[in-house]
Design a protein around this ligand. Structure first.
Ligand code: SF4
Length: 371
């Protein structure tokens, strides 16, 4: 890993002009993904805003006294129905990690709905969406055991867990992951290992800007690439730039600058295996156009209906404007499913979902209706 570390360091912080790095990264992107820049039309289903953790940058989480709650089944159905009507393919279940382990209110609410755990209720809700709508559930429930992944695989084609950062410094007092129980990179890697054991396509990624030193940044990119090389279930990585949110402890923390972010993206594309989808969220950068030729091939989920529940201050781009911007770089904005074409194979996807997918995709693995 030492030579990879050195290469990453030279690439991000060496003297090569950013324009040359971007050219190399764009060439590698094009060699595998052609002229496509994809996105996933999705609806957010925030199944619960409660969580057993409390990360200092999180605006999603709410305690019961702050209004934290579960959606009920009618809420889930009506969001899914609206998403289907708006032409979405993905139902993204966003939720806190096992809140019943911390909050009595969460346990009571789950019991009132007839469930013993968030996992049970989540699988039930994903099944409801998968069976009744032309949508594919994809969940980010936090840590997942092998048994839980077996359950998810029955009701969804893919899932995700962010590593965020490999740095242990983030767990010291005053730092963003201090006193958290689920943010240990080792536990998160175990979840990805559980997915590997069960051939379940996964998204992972980094939240850039939580760490403060150059060394931690290089380590994060190096370890991420090492992880991808050793875990064939990782279909996609997100490089998410930290944005300071007003009502959080980290509201005054520095945000990563454009040039550094571009060099990080290009370097990741250059050193990661070529089939890996590389995504930056389009609503977190002041000008997404700068990133369209940086080596990325994907803009993640964009919702025509709901806000970004994780970054509520940042609005989704207008699809027509985005389409024009992508066209102006001689690329084509293309809708995708939550699972990437490379992973739409019988042994990766449950039989029923495989059939549902095959009814709506073209020979390249993208939705037939792609206007
Ligand atoms: S684990 Fe996720 S949902 Fe829970 S507090 Fe941290 S960032 Fe928020």
């Amino acid at each position: 890993m030492m030579s990879l570390y050195k290469n990453i360091e030279n690439s991000i912080f060496g003297g090569e002009p950013t324009s040359e790095l971007l050219e190399k990264a764009f060439e590698k992107k094009t060699s595998f993904f052609g002229n496509k820049i994809t996105y996933s039309p999705k609806v957010f289903i925030p199944l619960t805003t409660m969580c057993r953790d409390k990360c200092s940058y999180c605006t999603f989480v709410k305690s019961p006294s702050e209004g934290g709650t579960y959606l009920n089944e009618d809420d889930v159905r009506s969001i899914a129905a609206a998403g289907e009507k708006a032409g979405c393919y993905e139902a993204l279940f966003t939720l806190g990690d096992k809140p019943e382990e911390r909050w009595g209110f969460a346990r009571t609410q789950l019991n009132n709905y007839g469930f013993d755990s968030t996992h049970e209720y989540l699988v039930h809700s994903m099944k409801l969406v998968n069976s009744n709508f032309q949508l594919f559930p994809h969940a980010n429930p936090g840590l997942m055991s092998a048994e839980e992944i077996i359950d998810f695989k029955k009701v969804s084609p893919s899932g995700g867990i962010m590593i965020e950062s490999f740095s242990k410094n983030l767990f010291t007092k005053g730092m963003p992951h201090f006193a958290t129980t689920t943010k240990s990179p080792d536990l998160r890697i175990s979840t990805l290992e559980n997915a590997k054991e069960n051939k379940y396509p996964m998204t992972t990624g980094l939240l850039l800007g939580l760490t403060t030193t150059k060394d931690e940044l290089i380590e994060d990119i190096t370890k991420l690439i090492h992880l991808i090389e050793n875990n064939f279930t990782i279909q996609e990585i997100i490089l998410q730039n930290f944005r300071a949110k007003v009502n959080t402890q980290m509201k005054f923390n520095a945000e990563i600058t454009n040039d550094l972010f571009l060099r990080i993206i290009a370097t990741t594309r250059i050193y990661a295996p070529k089939h890996i989808s590389l995504q930056v969220p389009p609503n977190l950068s002041p000008d997404i156009n700068k990133y369209l030729k940086s080596g990325i091939n994907d803009l993640g989920g964009i919702s025509p209906l709901t806000i970004d529940w994780v970054n509520p201050d940042h609005l989704w781009p207008n699809i027509e404007n985005l389409n024009e911007s992508v066209n102006s770089t001689d690329q084509k904005l293309t809708k995708r499913l939550p699972v990437y074409p490379e992973f739409i194979k019988k042994d990766w996807i449950n039989e029923e979902i495989f059939e549902k997918i095959n009814n709506i995709i073209d020979t390249d693995g993208y939705p037939l209706i792609n206007e």
